[in-house]
Design a protein around this ligand. Structure first.
Ligand code: GDP
Length: 595
């Protein structure tokens, strides 16, 4: 056995895109036509992945892929259905997928999950091709089953082609808005700098040969160095999912991207607490010819070499987490491997605070993406974990002090049935989505709304500041009540409020408003700039008050404090001016008044 047996492994391909844009259909098409085109063994169904060998790709792609041009063994498509976030899966700090297909419905263009996928591809520097899917829905389209796209495209009527072009240029524009220079793939000279857009149909198969050709070309040209592995080296992989499997307990669905993993190997697996060190009991693969994606039928294999998907059965895997690294301990000390796994996990660790929301996500990678998004939105995190929403999460969220933080943000996770009950009872709000930025937006809107309604209730109950002046020759009644014409200088005068006057900085409550009239009509309030007549119970004009006097709405100290400290952003500028004028007067006597 040689440790130096190097070989090129299969590139790992992820298929990303918005829901319903055709990811599953495209994968099915690739698998289906591989199966119907080729002999037995045309594709290999792995756990969570499908391997398509070079010969089959070449057969499907016809003249577009000549096997003699390539020395990569084929392509491994990750195909976990509904697992939107596998694109965030990592391998040694980078993306697990070497290369990606971004599926976009030509009629629909960019949608939230398209944006999110682009973000991830950009951040991880993953090369990708855009599958502009569903070209067959273009009005007047004349399909050519399983054909490369160029002859099919050229053979369409001018009307059909220009309808499609319109959509394609829109898409190319949307890519360039995201700083990707893109073009029809047959016009792209340098795939390192430009994104190739392949018009295609997962339904008719048009353009699918081209997608395969671009993927092979991209991997062969730009990724080849990274595909070189030591085929006998210790296996390294990433957990796709932790699943209970009858007869085996908790098992790991893993994509192995380097080396080889054998039955009996000691492995180290990233977990929610300390890394797990355990021994591989069994390596399971779907039985050949088993129905695609029905994974009940397994066969046991002795070893699995990169790149491959495999189910690992081993003791003590319950705390393992999706997205975590798996490393084989071979020819090196176990502690070193544990340290490596710890270091890799630490890289993804999410900073938490004493007060904040609870975050749950389906994988480590998506948890990290969530944490980034929340940090950007300045939303603090109390706890962040991988896994479905459990009663414990509801309890933890309930301990948050601020009402707005009594919330759980779940990305791509389910609510366990007993947690659902707890949620109903506890005052904890659940936000759940499979698009990160929508999740953050929903939560933000909720907080805004909550603050708005809180402030509205407070503002409704609070006495508002105002300054006003009695006009000359505007005494309509001397007393019981005094009725005078005033001009509101600043603030809001509401009926029933108390009226104060400052003489030598000495505040003096002179009475209470018992009526406001604007141009002869009774009103409940008057605003700055208005001239109204006020009925004031208490004073007599000529004694406690005089024409020309400056009067104020008398504010209870507590109200003044709330206005100054909590609501100063909410009240209009002139009211704020009345408030500070009033506080100035008050604080001349007592500097700490209202503080
Ligand atoms: P996913 O959510 O991205 O996996 O999308 P699916 O593959 O489930 O496709 C969503 C719907 O679009 C299904 O009804 C498909 O049959 C349909 N669909 C997918 N690709 C095409 C295509 O190329 N042409 C047409 N006409 N329909 C398609």
């Amino acid at each position: 056995m040689s440790d130096q047996a190097h070989s090129l492994r299969t590139p790992i391909v992820a298929v990303l895109g918005h829901v319903d844009h055709g990811k599953t259909s495209l994968l099915d098409k690739i698998r289906g036509s591989a199966v119907s085109d080729g002999e037995a063994g045309a594709i290999t169904q792995h756990i969570g992945a499908t391997a398509v060998p070079l010969d089959t790709i070449s057969e499907m792609a016809g003249s577009l892929v000549q096997p003699s041009d390539f020395d990569l063994p084929g392509l491994l498509f990750i195909d976990t259905p509904g697992h939107h976030s596998f694109s965030t899966l990592r391998a040694r700090g980078g993306a697990l997928a070497d290369i990606a297909i971004l599926v976009v419905d030509v009629n629909d263009g960019f949608q939230p999950q398209t944006e999110e996928a682009i973000d991830i591809l950009q951040r991880t520097g993953t090369p990708f091709v855009v599958a502009a899917n569903k070209v067959d829905t273009t009005p007047g389209w004349n399909p050519v089953e399983d054909s490369p796209i160029k002859p099919s495209y050229d053979g369409q009527s001018d009307a059909a082609r220009s309808r499609l072009d319109e959509n394609l240029y829109e898409l190319i524009g949307q890519l360039s808005d995201r700083d990707f220079s893109a073009d029809f793939y047959w016009r792209v000279q340098n795939f390192r700098n430009n994104i190739g857009v392949v018009p295609c149909s997962a339904l008719t198969g048009e353009g699918v040969p081209d997608i395969l050709a671009v993927l092979m070309g991209l991997s062969q040209r730009f990724m080849k160095a990274e595909m070189e592995i030591d085929v006998e080296g210790p296996g390294e992989g990433t957990v796709l999912e932790v699943k209970d499997q009858q007869g085996f307990g908790a098992t790991l669905d893993v994509v192995v991207y380097d080396g080889i993993i054998r039955e009996g190997d000691t492995i180290v697996v990233g977990a929610s607490n300390e890394p797990i060190v355990t021994e591989v009991r069994a390596l399971l693969q779907p039985r050949p010819n088993a129905e695609i994606r029905v994974e009940k039928q397994f066969e046991q294999v002795d070893s699995v070499g990169a790149a491959a998907g495999v189910k690992i059965a081993a003791p003590d895997l319950d705390n393992a987490i999706a997205g975590a690294p798996v490393r084989v301990v071979r020819d090196r000390p176990e502690e070193d491997v544990v340290e490596e796994v710890k270091a890799e996990l630490a890289e993804i660790e999410v900073g938490t605070e004493e007060e904040g929301v609870v975050v749950k996500a389906d994988t480590l990678g998506s948890l990290e993406a969530m944490a980034n998004a929340l940090q950007e939105a300045e939303i603090p995190i109390l706890r962040a974990e991988v896994g479905d929403i459990a009663p414990r999460d509801v309890a933890v969220a309930g301990t948050a002090r601020e009402a707005e933080n009594k919330a759980i943000l779940g990305f791509n996770v389910d609510v366990l049935p007993n947690a659902e009950r707890e949620l109903e009872q506890a005052e904890v709000r659940l936000f759940s989505d499979d698009v990160i930025y929508q999740l953050v937006e929903e939560y933000d809107e909720y907080v805004e709304e909550m603050k708005r309604s809180q402030q509205e209730t407070i503002l409704d109950k609070i006495i508002r500041p105002a300054r006003f002046q009695i006009l000359q020759d505007h005494t309509f009644r001397q007393s019981d009540p005094a009725v005078v014409g005033v001009e509101i200088m600043s603030g809001t005068v509401k009926n029933n409020a108390n009226v104060a006057k400052f003489e030598n900085n000495e505040p003096d409550r002179v009475g209470q408003l018992s009526g406001i009239q604007l141009q002869g009509d009774d009103v409940s309030e008057a605003r700055a700039g208005q001239r109204v007549s006020l009925a004031i119970d208490g004073p007599t004009v000529g004694r406690q008050i005089e024409e020309g006097d400056e009067l104020w709405i008398d504010l209870p100290e507590k109200h003044a404090k709330i206005l100054e400290q909590e609501l100063s952003d909410e009240i209009p500028a002139d009211e704020l001016e009345a408030l500070s004028g009033y506080l100035n007067k008050r604080r001349k006597r007592d500097p700490f008044w209202g503080k």
